[in-house]
Design a protein around this ligand. Sequence first.
Ligand code: PLP
Length: 229
Amino acid sequence: MSQIKENLLRVTERIEKAARRVGRDPKEIKLVAVSKTVEAARVKEAIEAGVSILGENYVQEAQKKIEEIGRSVAWHFIGHLQSNKAKYAVRIFDMIHSIDSLTLAEELNRRAEQVGQVAKVMIEVNISGEATKFGTDEEKVFSIVRRILNLGHLSLEGLMTMPPYFDLPEMSRPYYTKLRELKERMVREGIPLKELSMGMSNDFEIAIEEGATYVRVGTAIFGERKQKT
Ligand SMILES: *Cc1c(COP(=O)(O)O)cnc(C)c1O
């Protein structure tokens, strides 16, 4: 069996175990295989092994790979998106996880309208770990979310976060708890969000315990990246 296939099996098992631990159906959790810096041949290997969603951080890199690999799988954008790349992003990605400003949302909406599409997006929330800072960022997210709901060519699917890196996965938990609580609060206030995109190679089990519906896993599937990004 190829290394990638073996890794994928192990990740899938870990996802299932984490889900069961907290009484969730493992099918609720979708795996985004993060393929930034990974060459097309190895991405194809992952697809043959069963991966169905790829996550990319750079528009140009993704564009090339998609040309070579095709659209039998879904391509998600998970990196920082510059407004001047919005017009490409709406065309090539099935989902954008990382909207971090209203300006970007409006530009994506405009570009989606031009090509007659509705772009699926999530908002990236910068969760502050400190209880004392509770509130401010959340309020800003609420106002962005409300504005986005009025943009006819964006479909707001959920929230995404990326905590600082910790060696101890358990340290990520408070960030994931907060994102889940934020989503729950929005749902209570009538904002229909479905998804929580959270959890990476070293902490996706914690994220699943806290409610993740998308986990974004690179290293645990493809091995260490040469360039650290
Ligand atoms: C690179 C990246 C990941 C995957 O990180 P791994 O630790 O390799 O699993 C997930 N999310 C984002 C936003 C990333 O940039």
